[in-house]
Ligand binder design. Structure first.
Ligand SMILES: [Zn+2]
Length: 87
């Protein structure tokens, strides 16, 4: 079972970890090199957590799970994360 969400939902989850406006953070896909803002990606929620996928090639950019009071963040699908320092 998985529910497809838009990237804004995934950004909301990452917002609990990162002190940046996550919908505006841009991620470059390690699979195809496309750069997208997290708000423009696709997110899938599983029982185990959330997977953010590249809208171009479906590579898993970010996996995040919360287990026993810890966040587990797998970002192997992100080549570069661009974070704006302006509000
Ligand atoms: Zn890609």
């Amino acid at each position: 079972m998985e529910n497809k969400l838009d990237g804004n939902a995934a950004a909301g989850i990452l917002q609990a970890i990162f002190p940046f406006e996550m919908t505006l953070v841009q991620a470059t896909c390690a699979g195809c090199g496309t750069t997208n803002s997290l708000g423009a990606t696709a997110a899938y929620m599983h029982g185990m957590g959330t997977v953010v996928r590249c809208p171009s090639c479906d590579t898993a950019l970010i996996r995040v799970a919360q287990v026993k009071g810890r966040y587990f963040l797998d970002m192997r699908g992100v080549r570069v994360l661009q974070i704006s320092t302006e509000a």
